[in-house]
Design a protein around this ligand. Structure first.
Ligand SMILES: [Ca+2]
Length: 184
């Protein structure tokens, strides 16, 4: 009995110390950027996560939606040296990240393209989730990352839409979009 109690206490201590081993950690899932996929390509999904949009300026690869999940956050320029999602000047834009599986997410981090004064910026947007929920976001004119936390939800994709900027419309873009949570 004493040995059994001692083993139980040791297990409890290990759990509290966060040293329960990989089986415990893998069950919970690592908290990470679930959107990251430097291998994503334009067009139909070849790998996941996959980013798409209804507009990529002149269909150029340096303005493709896939650039928002490539891990490159350099946002003080535009064009081939500073890949971004750079759509046409439209008011009906959407940008979608499809995870290709069910994930649990509670935070979005956005790096807007910040090549000011060439770039304008969207002041408002809405994140639509595959579970039907929505979160309105307010964006700032800054090259720094912008963080949006929300109640954790289980989703397979999200879409950023209802992007609003001042008139007349200027060039706007996103350089990186991170979606933080756990895959399991
Ligand atoms: Ca990027």
């Amino acid at each position: 009995m004493k040995i059994y109690l001692l083993n139980s206490m040791m297990c409890a201590a290990l759990l509290l110390a966060g040293c329960a081993g990989t089986s415990h950690l893998s069950r919970i899932g690592e908290y990470k950027n679930l959107a990251l996929n430097p291998n994503d390509t334009r067009g139909p999904a070849v790998t996941y996560p996959h980013a798409t949009s209804n507009s990529e300026c002149r269909n150029e690869i340096c303005y493709a939606a896939r650039n928002i999940i490539d891990g490159n956050t350099a946002n003080r320029g535009h064009g081939p040296k500073f890949p971004s999602w750079g759509p046409d000047k439209r008011t009906d834009l959407w940008l979608k990240i499809d995870f290709g599986r069910s994930v649990e997410a509670d935070k979005v981090v956005i790096y807007i393209r910040a090549d000011f004064p060439h770039d304008a910026y969207w002041k408002w947007g809405t994140i639509e989730f595959s579970d039907g929920s929505k979160e309105k976001i307010s964006l700032q004119k800054t090259a720094a990352s912008q963080e949006f936390k929300f109640a954790s939800r289980r989703i397979e994709w999200l879409r950023i839409t209802d992007l609003v900027q001042d008139e007349p419309l200027g060039w706007c873009g996103f350089t990186e979009v991170e979606v933080w949570g756990r895959a399991n």
